[in-house]
Design a protein around this ligand. Structure first.
Ligand code: KG4
Ligand code: ZN
Length: 347
């Protein structure tokens, strides 16, 4: 079963070829970061124009790297939400055209469910059906949520952010500190040299009346707007000087406030399951990975972390989930429109 995956939900133009839902034969990710950096965030018009220009070449490269011919493909898989409407539209239109031209099935994939699947792409990782019920943490620039999965295709939202995503908190914090965009990787690097206990930033709590959906446990939800405001006030009261030696301590403490809330929520979510799957761009964070490993050791949990190549947005997770049986198929896929606010539990 050889599937071509296409992913254009935000600012990465990506295509991959995956065999049997597990073996990544190729994965091409063209980052647009340099184009958006001057604006301090993703500009949707620039993103979609760039997808239109680059996607055909990215798909060609993925096919060439995999050593696959068009006739070898069994299906074409593509993200149809959530994400930026104009970006999603480029990928979905091209994938529909390709599937029709090749007379192959189209499989439409929920991007968040693909992040949940991403740890299963690692060599030696178990198959989803081998682990039984598990909890998944999706932590990225656009999303932060905890989901219970009883099986692939059966998802229950446990908690989510009520304001900013964790990656946004990194990006906005880095912006306040003058560290450029995107902030996550540079905060990670600088934070390694600082004392995480130097500044006591707030650990955002969520009141019941502020949860987005009735029935969500507020103690499993996230809030990151407070920590960002606390950093703003800290810098207003004690402005940073050029080459300020306090920078690593401030970054490490800010990072720790974010990571602490994630660890606490994960621990709370693991009541009757023993496997935790983690994916999304922020799962590249070295402090988060170390703290998750510590939690797993202490609690005797099985931790499945996505490989670094599959943490941030990529198309291998799209083709992978399609190969494992996920996604919309047949007329549901060919008739699908983009859904920018597609909830995590809707396939
Ligand atoms: O998954 P992703 O590529 O895009 C979304 O679906 O949002 O995640 C991008 C986010 C950005 O906010 C970026 O700052 C963050 O992931 N990120 C990190 C690290 N690397 C990327 N955050 C913390 N530490 C990192 N090492
Ligand atoms: Zn993503």
């Amino acid at each position: 079963m050889l599937i071509l995956g296409v992913e254009t939900s935000c600012d990465e133009t990506a295509a991959a070829v995956v065999q049997d839902g597990r073996l990544v034969r190729s994965s091409i990710i063209l980052s647009q970061v340099a184009l958006h950096a001057p604006y301090g965030g993703v500009v949707p018009e620039i993103a979609s124009r760039q997808h239109s220009e680059m996607l055909p070449d990215v798909v060609d490269r993925a096919m060439r790297d995999a050593g696959a011919g068009w006739g070898d493909l069994d299906a074409v898989a593509v993200t149809y939400g959530p994400g930026l409407a104009s970006s999603l539209l480029v990928g979905l239109s091209m994938a529909k055209g390709l599937a029709l031209r090749l007379a192959k099935p189209l499989i439409a994939i929920n991007h968040l469910q693909a992040h949940i699947y991403s740890p299963f792409l690692a060599d030696g990782a178990p198959r989803p059906e081998e682990v039984g019920p598990f909890v998944a943490l999706v932590i990225s620039g656009g999303h932060t949520c905890l989901v219970r999965c009883d099986a692939l295709g059966q998802y229950q939202l446990l908690g989510e952010t009520i304001d900013d995503a964790a990656g946004e908190a990194f990006d906005k914090g880095a912006n306040l500190l003058g560290l450029g965009y995107p902030g996550g990787p540079v905060m990670d690097r600088i934070g390694r040299q600082g004392n995480p206990l130097a500044v006591d930033f707030p650990r955002g709590r969520v009141k019941r009346q502020r949860t987005t959906f009735a029935g969500l446990d507020p103690d499993l939800c996230f809030s990151y707007s407070g920590v960002k405001t606390a950093l703003l006030y800290h810098l207003r009261d004690q402005p940073l000087q050029p080459e300020d030696p306090r920078l690593p301590d401030i970054v490490a403490s800010y990072q720790e406030a974010i990571v602490d809330t994630v660890i606490e929520r994960c621990e709370r979510a693991m009541t009757d399951v023993d496997t935790l799957c983690v994916g999304g761009g922020v799962s590249l964070n070295s402090r988060l990975r170390a703290r998750l490993q510590e939690l797993a050791r202490q609690r005797g949990l099985r931790l499945l972390l996505a490989k670094p190549a599959h943490c941030a947005d990529n198309a291998a997770m799209i083709a992978g989930l399609a190969g494992a049986g996920g996604g919309l198929r047949g007329d549901h896929a060919l008739g699908a429109d983009v859904i920018p606010a597609l909830p995590v539990c809707v396939t």
